[in-house]
Design a protein around this ligand. Structure first.
Ligand code: ZN
Length: 186
């Protein structure tokens, strides 16, 4: 399915792979585990809190998330707003979004130097398979809920620039153009 996992790297907008609707992972195998571990490494190196398979050029419904505990984030929160360690979500499905919409600034490892406000429900439930192949469910709040929704969007080819508020879109217009121009120059 893939080439050498060691060669995986983060791709930037406007890479085609960021716009695919990713395919379900038929089965969690050793290869899935190798890919997920490599993605966690790439996420850590880039100092990100989440990374989705299309961001490393893979057509797979899989993402990794690590929202470390911080001033306003804890695994003790109910629902949790952080994770104790990196987590892997295979074939995730989101459900039961809270009715509210919160606007908060987001960035993306595939959109360097671009940050803007995105409105999302503050709580969400995610059901997915883990690397052991077993299904689990997690209700999340705060930054963790936001991160899971951001990564899940990647699996449907959706980027934060599609969801920016009008003001954020205007603010980032030059940076987005610059990124698109850099790709064309290659
Ligand atoms: Zn992203």
């Amino acid at each position: 399915m893939t080439s050498d996992p060691d060669k995986l790297h983060i791709v930037f907008h406007p890479a085609q792979t960021l716009r695919i609707k990713a395919a379900p992972v038929p089965e969690v195998t050793d290869e899935t585990r190798t890919i997920a571990l490599r993605m966690i490494k790439l996420m850590n190196e880039a100092e990100g809190i989440g990374l989705a398979a299309p961001q490393v050029g893979l057509d797979m419904r899989l993402f990794v998330v690590h929202v470390p505990e911080g001033d306003e984030r804890s695994i003790e929160d109910d629902p949790p707003t952080a994770t104790a360690e990196p987590m892997v979500f295979v074939n995730p499905v989101l459900s039961d979004p809270s009715q509210d919409l919160e606007a908060l600034e987001e960035g993306c490892l595939s959109l360097p130097d671009i940050r803007g406000d995105v409105r999302r429900p503050s709580q969400i439930t995610v059901t997915a398979s883990g690397l052991d192949g077993n299904t689990f469910s997690l209700r999340a709040d705060g930054l963790l809920a936001r991160c899971i929704q951001h990564e899940n969007d990647h699996l449907d080819g959706v980027l934060i620039i599609d969801k920016f508020t009008h003001t954020s879109r205007l603010k980032n217009r030059a940076s987005i153009r610059k990124l698109e121009k850099a790709a064309r120059a290659k």
